[in-house]
Design a protein around this ligand. Structure first.
Ligand SMILES: *Cc1c(COP(=O)(O)O)cnc(C)c1O
Length: 490
C-alpha cells in the first residue's frame, strides 16, 4: 500500500502529509495546524492492495450508516491506524494540480515543459559535483536543451526565445514595465563592464572594494578613465554604514553613482544592498550592483532595494551554461544614457538595448545553444522558486559549515553577513597539506573544489550552488575527513 507524495509546492489547496519515522502514513490534512509535522504533499495517486481497499470500503460503509460521508484521504488515515500505508516521496517530481486558470498557466508554461524536457533525454550524463563558484552543476535537462536543430539567430522564432529569456529574467527581480534585461554573449564580467562603461557620464562614481570583485570594478573604471573613488572595506566584516556616509559626504564633487558587489564571491561576504540603496536614495545616487553570485538565489527586489543597474550571468545560481551575461536596468534611467558618448562598441548597453527593442535580436551573434539551455534553466528556476532554491542552498551551507567545524577547520565571514553561497575555508596547518594534491584527490571522486582568492590569507573555497543538495555536501565532508586523516597518518 503506497501513496505517492512530493515535496511541498506551495500552490495552495494542497493536502499535507504527516508520516512516521518509517515513512508510513500517520495523518493527512489541508490544515497545517492539524498535523504534528509535515513531511510531504499528497499527489493523488495511491496504490492499494485489494484487502486494504476492502477495509477502506468497510470504513466508508460504517460511516455511511450514520449518514456521514467521508473523503478518501480521511478514509486512508483511518485505515493507516491498522495497516501500514507507505508514503513514497519524490522530491523531483514534475507535476501539479489544475483547479483554476493560474494553475493551468503554471502547468502549461512551467511543469509541462519540464516533463517534455525530461522525456527528451536519451541517456544521463556523468554527474560531476562542481563546488567551484560557477559554472555550477546543471541538470541533464539543461544540458540537453542545447541539442536543437540548427537555426539562424536572426529568425523570428529565435527572437521569441530571447524575448522570453529577457522578460523572465527581469521578473525574478522587478516589474518588466519598469525594468528590462539586456543580454550579451560573454562571461559575467562583460555585463559589469557594459554597465560601468556605458551608464556613467562625467560624474563621480564611488566603488566599494571589499574583495577582488570590487577591485575588478575599480580596474574597469581605471581603464575607461572614469571619475571614480575607491571605498575600501574589510573583506570579512560588514560595511560600516556611518563610515561610508562620511566618506561620501567628504567628497567635494557630486557623487552620481555607487557601484558594489552583492555577494563577494572571493569570501562569501554578503553586502547589505538594501541599506546602501537607502543611503543612495537619500543622496540621489544611482546604484550599480554586481549580483553575479547572488542573483536567482538570494532574493532581490530592484525597486525596493533602489538598484538602477544589476549584472548577472547564466552559469551561477540560474544553473545554466556559461556564455550569456546580462544587465537588468531601470528603463527610465537607461533611456537617459543615450546622451553619453559611447566608450566601446560591443558592450554598449544603450545600443544593445535599443537594437533588441526594435529587432528582437542581439546586435552580434548570440551563443545560440547556450540561450536554449538558459531558457530551460529559467523554467527550472521558476519551478523550484528562488526562495526554495535559497533554502536548498542554505541547507547545504549549514551542512558544510557544521561539518568543517566538526573536522577542526574554520572559515571566514560570520554567519550574520554570510551569503551561504560560497565559503572561504582556512587551509589546514599540517605541513603535508597541499591544495593541488587535495584538489586531485577530490577530482578523481567527481568533486571539483576551488582555490582561495584573498591575498595574505591561506584559504580554499567551496561553493554550494548548482543542482546539488546537502547530501552531496555530506559526501564531500566524508571525503574531506578521509583526506585530513591521511595527513595525520603521514
Ligand atoms: C563570477 C563573478 C563575476 C564574473 O566572472 P566571469 O568569469 O566573467 O564570469 C563577476 N562578479 C562576481 C561577484 C562573480 O562572482
Amino acid at each position: 500500500d503506497v501513496i505517492l507524495a512530493s515535496k511541498l509546492n506551495g500552490a495552495g489547496d494542497e493536502v499535507y502529509i504527516e508520516a512516521d519515522e518509517n515513512n508510513n502514513l500517520k495523518n493527512m490534512s489541508k490544515q497545517k495546524e492539524e498535523l504534528n509535522s509535515i513531511s510531504a504533499e499528497l499527489v493523488g495517486l495511491t496504490k492499494l492492495s485489494y484487502a486494504t481497499f476492502q477495509r477502506l470500503c468497510d470504513e466508508a460503509n460504517t460511516l455511511f450508516q450514520f449518514n456521514q460521508t467521508i473523503d478518501y484521504e480521511y478514509g486512508l488515515v483511518k485505515i493507516s491506524e491498522k495497516a501500514n500505508v507507505y508514503v513514497h516521496k519524490l522530491d523531483n517530481l514534475a507535476w501539479c494540480e489544475v483547479d483554476d486558470e493560474d494553475h493551468w498557466a503554471r502547468a502549461t508554461t512551467i511543469v509541462y515543459p519540464i516533463i517534455k524536457a525530461r522525456e527528451g533525454i536519451p541517456h544521463t550524463v556523468k554527474r560531476n559535483i562542481l563546488l567551484n563558484p560557477g559554472p555550477a552543476t546543471t541538470t541533464d535537462t539543461v544540458k540537453y536543451a542545447q541539442i536543437v536543430e540548427d537555426i539562424c539567430p536572426r529568425e523570428k522564432e529565435f527572437g521569441e526565445t530571447m524575448e522570453f529569456i529577457s522578460a523572465e529574467l527581469t521578473k525574478f527581480v522587478g516589474n518588466p514595465e519598469k525594468y528590462t534585461t539586456v543580454l550579451f554573449g560573454g562571461s559575467g564580467t562583460a555585463a559589469v563592464e557594459s554597465i560601468l562603461s556605458s551608464v556613467i557620464d562625467n560624474g563621480t562614481v564611488v566603488i566599494i572594494n571589499n574583495g577582488p570583485y570590487g577591485e575588478r570594478m575599480c580596474k574597469i573604471a581605471e581603464i575607461y578613465g572614469l571619475n571614480y573613488l575607491e571605498y575600501k572595506s574589510s573583506a570579512e566584516q560588514a560595511i560600516d554604514m556611518n563610515d561610508l556616509e562620511i566618506f561620501i559626504k567628504k567628497i567635494s564633487t557630486n557623487v552620481s553613482y555607487l557601484a558594489l558587489v552583492h555577494c563577494e564571491t572571493s569570501t562569501g561576504l554578503l553586502n547589505d544592498i538594501e541599506q546602501i540603496g537607502k543611503l543612495c536614495a537619500v543622496k540621489n545616487i544611482e546604484m550599480i550592483v554586481d549580483a553575479m553570485s547572488s542573483y536567482a538565489a538570494v532574493p532581490i527586489d530592484m525597486q525596493k532595494m533602489n538598484i538602477s543597474y544589476l549584472a548577472a550571468s547564466a552559469n551561477k545560481n540560474l544553473q545554466g551554461m556559461a556564455g550569456v551575461s546580462f544587465v537588468i536596468a531601470n528603463k527610465a534611467r537607461l533611456e537617459k544614457t543615450e546622451q553619453i558618448k559611447p566608450r566601446n562598441l560591443y558592450l554598449h548597453l544603450y545600443d544593445q538595448y535599443r537594437y533588441f527593442q526594435m529587432n528582437k535580436q542581439m546586435r552580434f551573434t548570440p551563443p545560440v545553444q547556450t540561450m536554449y539551455a538558459l531558457k530551460q534553466a529559467i523554467i527550472e528556476t521558476q519551478w523550484e522558486g528562488i526562495e526554495k532554491r535559497y533554502e536548498r542552498y542554505s541547507k547545504s551551507w549549514t551542512t558544510l559549515t557544521d561539518g568543517i567545524t566538526r573536522l577542526g577547520l574554520t572559515y571566514l565571514v560570520p554567519e550574520t553577513h554570510h551569503s551561504k553561497i560560497i565559503t572561504s575555508i582556512i587551509e589546514p596547518s599540517h605541513k603535508k597539506y597541499n591544495f593541488d594534491i587535495m584538489h586531485d584527490f577530490f577530482y578523481k571522486q567527481g568533486f571539483t573544489i576551488y582555490p582561495g582568492k584573498i591575498d595574505k590569507l591561506e584559504t580554499f573555497r567551496i561553493a554550494n550552488i548548482g543542482d546539488i543538495t546537502y547530501r552531496e555536501i555530506e559526501r564531500f565532508l566524508h571525503l574531506l575527513e578521509q583526506y585530513l586523516n591521511g595527513l595525520k597518518g603521514e
